[in-house]
Every structure is written in structure tokens, then in C-alpha cells.
Ligand binder design. Structure first.
Ligand SMILES: Cc1cc2nc3c(=O)[nH]c(=O)nc-3n(C[C@H](O)[C@H](O)[C@H](O)COP(=O)(O)O)c2cc1C
Length: 168
């Protein structure tokens, strides 16, 4: 699978606790496009994932598809929860109108509600009905392959220093 190039996303969900709403965000590349009518997409998580536990509890999440200049964001949310929690406060994002989960600035995004869940091997596949979508701008895509991040630049799209501060 290292040779299979994928896009890179940050999935977000949250858990409501007595201390308030605790958001979480994690880097994922298992986004699958399942169905157009109804609109369904999937993600796959390790069964023990702390993020997955919150997602199943709320039944709501957002997938933000990252542009190339957000590779630093991808790195910051690819670790264990303890490291992600300290990064959430610096994430440029706002709650999605349909789910309340964070939508990242500058990304294309899908707001999802849990439709199905399948335990498969050591992972759980969650299928979400897409409640809302959007995109901020046309931007070079961020791609993950051979364990590294790459930018795919479409000459039809405007490029230049992105809002994440990284020159393309
Ligand atoms: C490019 C990339 C893609 C990833 N995709 C997934 C994924 O689809 N599913 C997953 O469970 N973890 C994925 N990970 C690992 C997560 O970012 C994270 O380390 C893990 O989910 C943390 O588990 P936790 O929820 O128990 O804290 C990916 C990491 C990278 C760098």
C-alpha cells in the first residue's frame, strides 16, 4: 500500500464531557467514495483508536481534504491523542454547521453522520452519510505515497504562498 498514492485528510469529531466539548483531529488517508445517491463516504480506523471511540459516540464527523500547503497540519495530527490535544488550539478551523465538528480553513470538506459501521480485521470501517460539502479554493493537492508528502500542482489552479505559510 506504500506505493498507492492517496490524498491526505484531517478527520475531526468531538466528545461532550462535563468540562465542555472536547474536539479531536487526526490525519487519515483511508477516505473512500462509496455512493452518490445517497451520498456516502467511508473511513477506516484501528479498532483501539481513541478518535474512533469519540466518533462512534457522537455519530458526527468532518473530513477536511488537505491542500498541499497544509502538509505541516497533516504531520501535527498524525500522532497519538496526547500530542494532538496540544495542537487543536492552534488549528485554523470552525465548527461545521451540520455536525459541530471542526472544518479546517482552506480545505475541501465533507460533514458526515454515521450510517453504518463494520468491524473488519483489526480495523473498523465507518460509513458516513454526507450532510454538507464545500471547498474554500482551488489549490494544489496534498498526496501521500512511499511514506512522504507531495504536492500535485494543476497549472489551471492559482498557486503561490498558501495560507498555511508554506511556499509551494
Ligand atoms: C498519511 C497518514 C494517514 C493515516 N491514515 C489513517 C487512517 O486512515 N486510519 C487510522 O486509524 N490512522 C491513520 N493514520 C494514523 C493516525 O494519524 C493516528 O496516528 C492514529 O489514528 C492515532 O490513533 P488514536 O486515535 O488512538 O490516537 C494515518 C497517519 C498518516 C501519517
Amino acid at each position: 500500500m506504500r506505493t498507492f498514492a492517496t490524498g491526505v485528510c484531517v478527520a475531526t469529531t468531538y466528545r461532550d464531557t462535563s468540562g465542555g466539548r472536547r474536539h479531536d483531529a487526526v490525519t487519515v488517508n483511508s477516505l473512500g467514495s462509496i455512493s452518490l445517491d445517497p451520498p456516502l463516504v467511508s473511513l477506516s480506523f484501528r479498532k483501539e483508536s481513541a478518535f474512533l471511540a469519540d466518533l462512534l459516540e457522537t455519530g458526527r464527523w468532518v473530513v477536511s481534504i488537505l491542500p498541499a500547503d497544509a502538509r505541516d497540519v497533516a504531520r501535527r495530527f498524525a500522532g497519538p491523542r496526547a500530542s494532538r490535544v496540544s495542537e487543536i488550539a492552534f488549528l485554523r478551523a470552525k465548527p461545521g454547521e451540520r455536525t459541530g465538528a471542526l472544518v479546517l480553513d482552506g480545505a475541501s470538506w465533507l460533514e458526515c453522520a454515521l450510517a453504518e459501521k463494520f468491524d473488519l480485521g483489526d480495523h473498523t470501517l465507518v460509513v458516513g452519510e454526507v450532510l454538507a460539502t464545500g471547498h474554500d479554493r482551488h489549490a494544489p493537492a496534498l498526496v501521500f505515497v512511499h511514506g512522504g508528502y507531495h504536492a500535485i500542482t494543476d497549472p489551471r489552479h492559482v498557486s503561490g504562498p498558501g495560507q498555511w505559510g508554506e511556499a509551494l
